[in-house]
Ligand binder design. Structure first.
Ligand SMILES: Cc1cc2nc3c(=O)[nH]c(=O)nc-3n(C[C@H](O)[C@H](O)[C@H](O)COP(=O)(O)OP(=O)(O)OC[C@H]3O[C@@H](n4cnc5c(N)ncnc54)[C@H](O)[C@@H]3O)c2cc1C
Length: 383
């Protein structure tokens, strides 16, 4: 695409999708500016399992060695009872047989690896307050015009709201929180094993991360979509009676907690004029589907590839390739709710039995069919 006098692209959001989009666009000759709402780069975050087509995109970007260096040495996934005793375990080898080449790492680490290889400027503490096709007004009052505006600002996308309206979020009936606590004793006790305690409609998961820290993930059913004003108090209220490590975690909830409703995003058209959406902004699949980061990188790659093939119709071709994969993964995510946040003790027992039998090839294949939606074909470009 832009070869001589570089065309200008604005990428809104320096997350997984935004950084990957900027990476590919700058290599295709675009002059890219990234704006990010957060005042500075946010490291850490929650643990993600990174695999599928995004893994292949990372390979094409030459990032796999850096990602491998950050791979968390998680050796197993164990379901525990309220006293921390093992109920059922799925080994890492059984898990990686289910999800080929999976790399477990913190979301912030994935972002950091992409960022380390990016040259485009990032303006932190900045968002957009108006988008009129290519003419953009920023939160500091300045305005500028661009040939391309990419909304990569996540599930609560401001670009989507400004350009497309705000009613495209499908609430999945749960809230989730993720945070880390510095507690070497607890971290050593849990170890590099993902352990989780599930009771109907509630789940706490945790695992040791390097440097004596513990990462926690909490998930619970809530009929109320809006997030509470005091997330730490809401978590104490919901999980205070759960036992195991809940009291220690709840007494140390930090300020910079990640807390959000669990939602998917579904809108009929991902582009308008010079504006296009990528990643969670147009196709959040939710933590239940577990493929969001992978799809965010894939979408960024496919968008850049289609733009490189010719701007005319590029957004439509991008959407045609990505949307079925996103819809397929979203559908899978909705089915997976019952596995991750079972609604009854009976369902919890069923899930634990699947864990116990995960060493058997037949069960592994069954789990594979249900936890790993087949979306690899999305990387194939019809010429
Ligand atoms: C608990 C949890 C577990 C998950 N597990 C997995 C997993 O195992 N595997 C997997 O592949 N995916 C997983 N995901 C999903 C994955 O993290 C997301 O799908 C992925 O991060 C989406 O990338 P994104 O760049 O579109 O959005 P984000 O990563 O959310 O990035 C959006 C960026 O935009 C910025 N921003 C927001 N609003 C504005 C604004 N108005 N102006 C400017 N900037 C803005 C944000 O600060 C952020 O930097 C999980 C998600 C959660 C919550």
């Amino acid at each position: 695409m832009p070869k001589s006098s570089a065309q200008r692209a604005l990428v809104v959001g320096a997350g997984i999708a935004g950084l990957t989009t900027a990476w590919w666009l700058e290599r295709a000759g675009w002059d890219v500016l990234v704006v990010e709402k957060a005042p500075s780069f946010r490291a850490g975050g929650y643990m993600i399992d990174f695999f599928g087509p995004g893994h292949e995109v990372a390979r094409r970007m030459g990032l796999l060695p850096a990602l491998e260096r950050r791979r968390a040495p998680i050796s197993s996934v164990t379901s525990v009872d309220a006293r921390g005793r093992s109920r059922a375990t799925i080994s890492a080898s059984a898990y990686s047989a289910v999800a080929d080449g999976v790399i477990s790492l913190l979301r912030g680490e994935l972002a950091e690896v992409i960022l380390a290889d990016l040259r485009s400027p990032i303006r932190h503490g900045t968002t957009v307050s108006a988008v009129d096709d290519g003419l953009v007004t920023f939160s500091d009052g300045s305005a500028d015009s661009f040939d391309l505006v990419v909304g990569a600002d996540g599930v609560h996308s401001r670009v989507r709201e400004l350009v497309f309206g705000s009613s495209f979020v499908r609430y999945l009936g749960h809230h989730t929180a993720a945070f880390s606590v510095q507690d070497p004793e607890l971290s050593a006790r849990i170890g590099y094993r993902y352990q989780m305690l599930t009771v109907p409609h509630r789940m706490i998961g945790c695992y040791a991360v390097r440097g004596g820290a513990m990462a926690a993930l909490m998930l619970y059913r809530s009929d109320e979509q809006a997030v509470p004003e005091d997330p730490a108090a809401a978590l104490r209220d919901r999980f205070g009676d759960l036992g195991w490590v809940a009291p220690e975690l709840l007494s140390a909830v930090p300020q910079d907690i990640y807390y959000d409703e669990v939602s998917q995003v579904d809108l009929p058209t991902w582009h308008r004029g010079k504006v296009v959406l990528v990643g969670d902004a147009c196709g959040a699949v939710s933590l239940f589907a577990g493929h969001g980061a992978s799809l965010a990188m894939t979408g960024a790659f496919v968008l850049a590839e289609e733009l490189a093939a010719g701007t005319d119709g590029a957004f439509e071709r991008y959407q045609t390739r990505m949307k079925p994969a996103v819809a397929h993964t979203q559908e899978f995510g909705r089915r997976f709710i019952g596995w991750m946040a079972p609604s009854s003790t009976w369902r919890i027992s069923l899930r634990d039995w699947a864990f116990r039998l995960s060493g058997l090839p037949v069960v592994r294949n069954l789990i594979r069919g249900s936890v790993a939606p087949d979306v690899d074909g999305v990387l194939h470009r019809a010429s």
